[in-house]
Design a protein around this ligand. Structure first.
Ligand SMILES: [Zn+2]
Length: 258
């Protein structure tokens, strides 16, 4: 790729064009790196601009999960000795068949790009980010109380049984924050986001607990699961400004939801 292609890949404001983004995503798929054969201007920009880097990564993740598009890209590279991107082939004019194939390919990329930039796809964000909070109760306690027993089920991912027992713990002890927190996690793991958010909200109303930030994170995820992006956003903004381990994750999600 020559430096003369820069106008094709970088727009007037200095960011990557849609073509630039799809080109980088293609390189990641075929060479497993966004660098390699890209022009130095594109390389430099990807290295320095988090916004464009995320655009490339998002497109990469979409294409990676689409076998038809992936095969199309791999064929293109095989036919052209592994180094020529599809739209250059288009311009070198090897005939109408190549031209049509390249046009269809670009159309798919543009549609995919349009789709991901206009649709935040909350279910995908949820499944990428939800992991049940690790059990830090059993390891710290050798008591055989109801909570500890519930957490044995939690540990083996039997969230149904764990939830039944945690509900019982809360009948006896209505202010047990740990029980609420893990119960919320159980419900999220079972895709019962409405019940999950009830418990995370209850914790956040009580305020003084080490589970405050984690509860905020899981409440945001519960809203995302429900497609309620507007309710998740302020929570993610708080987390993005916090010093906790959720800071970077929250910021990354915010970049994906307009
Ligand atoms: Zn940029």
């Amino acid at each position: 790729m020559s430096e003369g292609d820069n106008a094709y890949y970088i727009d007037e404001s200095g960011h990557l064009t849609g073509d630039g983004v799809s080109q980088c995503a293609e390189f990641m798929l075929v060479k497993n790196t966004p660098n390699g054969e890209l022009t130095s201007a594109v390389n430099d920009h990807i290295e320095n601009c988090e916004l464009c880097r995320n655009r490339v990564i998002e497109l990469y993740e979409i294409i990676r999960d689409e076998p038809a598009v992936l095969n199309r890209i791999k064929e293109n590279y095989q036919q052209k000795g592994n180094d020529t991107p599809s739209h250059r082939r288009l311009r070198s004019g090897k005939g109408w068949i190549n031209l049509t194939a390249a046009a269809i390919f670009l159309a798919i990329i543009i549609i995919a790009a349009y789709y991901i930039f206009t649709n935040p796809n909350p279910q995908k964000i949820f499944s990428e980010h939800f992991n049940p909070y690790p059990n830090i109760i059993t390891t710290k306690s050798d008591q055989h109380d109801e909570l500890t027993q519930a957490m044995l089920y939690y540990d083996v991912h039997d969230y149904d049984s764990a939830a039944v027992m945690l509900e019982e713990v809360l009948v006896d002890d209505r202010t047990n924050v740990k029980a609420m927190f893990y119960l919320g996690n159980c419900y999220l793991a079972m895709s019962q986001s409405q019940k999950a958010l009830h418990w995370f909200k209850t914790i956040l109303e009580s305020e003084s607990t080490e589970l405050f930030l984690p509860s905020k994170w899981y409440l945001a995820l519960a809203y995302i699961k429900q497609d309620k992006i507007d309710k998740a956003k302020p929570l993610l903004k708080d987390l993005g400004e916090s010093k906790g381990s959720y800071r970077e994750k929250a910021k990354r999600i915010l970049e994906r939801i307009p």
